[in-house]
Design a protein. Structure first.
Length: 230
């Protein structure tokens, strides 16, 4: 990791579950000992733009692409047939109302997301990597470990507060995905209950090969071993 410069985005490394924070802090020490340099970055305005891109992109494209997939593969099902079989309450709400219902994303909203807001996100990332001479961004993959499915469909507890399950779990990985950055997640440790905690690396656009090399070096520095089965 000698010479590798990693940005720590403020929005992605704050408000973490306490156990996730502890595992992340321990990982930072190992990476620093292996030669990595950390730089705190803000990515100012990114999260606001992501709100204008993420759901418009995902909800508009799933209707087009899933319908096309079902048709091309001749499975004999429509997207409405698939939606009718969804068991998870939060996903069913999304499909019934935001994909197929009267709250579906209008074409104009999707077009604005792809034409205007997504390029703005990409610019923020590109300028941050360039300004700070970064090889990648580094942060926990999710802000909290897995919670039991029962009772967590719509809300989940994070540091004593009930927060939306879906939005909370995707908070750290959603922006990079929407901007089209290469990203990978490594195991960096486990909680006291033995639940895995992931470490995310997001690199500049088209830096896939370099990012994989950094990931291999980080994996070796972390020295993570799968715990014995309980």
């Amino acid at each position: 990791m000698s010479g590798v410069r990693l940005g720590l985005p403020a929005a992605f490394v704050t408000g973490l579950d306490l156990e996730t924070q502890a595992v992340f802090d321990a990982a930072l020490l190992k990476l620093e000992a292996a030669g990595a340099t950390f730089v705190e970055v803000e990515l100012e305005g990114l999260m606001e733009l992501n709100g204008k891109v993420g759901f418009p992109l995902a909800l508009w494209e799933v209707k087009r692409d899933l319908s096309r997939f079902l048709d091309l593969n001749g499975v004999g099902l429509t997207i409405e047939d698939v939606a009718a079989e969804i068991a998870s309450p939060d996903v069913k709400f999304v499909f019934d109302n935001l994909v197929l219902g009267d709250q579906a994303v209008p074409d104009a909203v999707y077009e604005a997301a792809m034409r205007d807001f997504r390029p703005q996100m990409q610019t923020i990332y590109a300028e941050t990597f360039l300004e700070h001479d970064l090889d990648a961004l580094l942060f926990p993959t999710t802000k909290l470990p897995a919670r039991p499915i029962d009772g967590s469909d719509m809300e989940v507890e994070l540091n004593g507060e009930n927060v939306p399950t879906f939005n909370t779990y995707i908070a750290n990985t959603d922006p990079g995905s929407n901007a089209g950055l290469p990203g990978l997640s490594l195991p960096m440790g486990v909680t006291e209950q033995g639940l895995p905690v992931g470490l995310e690396l997001d690199g500049p656009m088209f830096s896939d090969r370099r990012l994989l090399a950094i990931g291999l070096a980080a994996e070796a520095a972390l020295g993570f071993e799968r715990p014995a089965e309980r």
